[in-house]
Write a protein that binds this ligand. Structure first.
Ligand SMILES: [Fe+2]
Ligand SMILES: [Fe+2]
Length: 231
């Protein structure tokens, strides 16, 4: 008899809203409010299949976010907001690490990785920050927590690690973007940090200084990517 468990099953295809945070388009409010989860009896096998689907969605999201933040960085620099350009540069670097982690897990599972064509719209830095806050909120409050539950049900340890790395980092990005928007709105952008450190293992992002080891993956700080200028 097939062993079944009761879990909250989260599958990327359930919600068309999955990519809205990453692409910066089609962020219809009613889509945001759509339920993306349903409780039902599923097997470990079904959770495993859903996890691979979720990782594909997350890989597309992270790849798009990395390209989008690089473009937002360029825009911020053009508008004279170097400090915000550095934040975007750092976040873009981190998202690329998340994308690569998800890709590795998919490859370990024998999955093929489709070519991703990032789609997004660059607006003013103020609007771009609001878009970034919306995207990071969606990923850290909804998408990754749901994907992590399914990965745990699937007993997919590598997926759980990769999803957790991204989740923990997005929480930090969210606060950094909120701080940047507050600084922009109070005409205080120059007070923002200009030096960033990125953990090469998990994408964890630090401003100005770092502890001896990454607070998420315990990677030694000596291995961190230090960003002091745009490149
Ligand atoms: Fe990310
Ligand atoms: Fe992020």
């Amino acid at each position: 008899m097939k062993k079944s468990i009761i879990i909250l099953m989260f599958i990327a295809s359930i919600s068309g809203a999955i990519f809205q945070s990453c692409t910066g388009k089609a962020a219809e409010k009613n889509e945001l409010q759509k339920p993306v989860a349903e409780a039902k009896e599923v097997s470990v096998e079904d959770a495993a299949a859903a996890t691979l689907q979720n990782l594909q969605a997350a890989f597309k999201g992270e790849t798009t976010a990395s390209a989008k933040y690089a473009a937002y960085s360029k825009k911020a620099e053009e508008e004279g907001f170097h400090e915000i350009a550095m934040l975007y540069h750092a976040a873009s670097t981190a998202e690329n690490i998340h994308a690569n982690n998800h890709k590795v897990v998919l490859e370990e599972a024998g999955q093929s990785i489709p070519e991703i064509t990032p789609e997004f719209t660059v607006k003013s830095t103020k609007e771009n920050l609001k878009d970034a806050i919306e995207g990071e909120s969606y990923e850290s409050n909804k998408m990754y927590p749901e994907f992590m539950i399914t990965a745990k049900a699937a007993k997919n340890e590598l997926a759980s690690i990769s999803l957790n790395y991204a989740y923990r980092t997005e929480l930090k990005h969210l606060e950094m973007y909120k701080g940047a928007l507050a600084a922009l709105e109070s005409n205080n952008v120059k007070s923002l940090p200009t030096v960033y450190f990125i953990c090469p293992t998990c994408g964890n992002t630090y401003q100005t200084t770092t502890p001896k080891r990454c607070g998420i993956s315990m990677t030694s700080t000596e291995k961190f990517i230090k960003l002091t200028k745009l490149s």
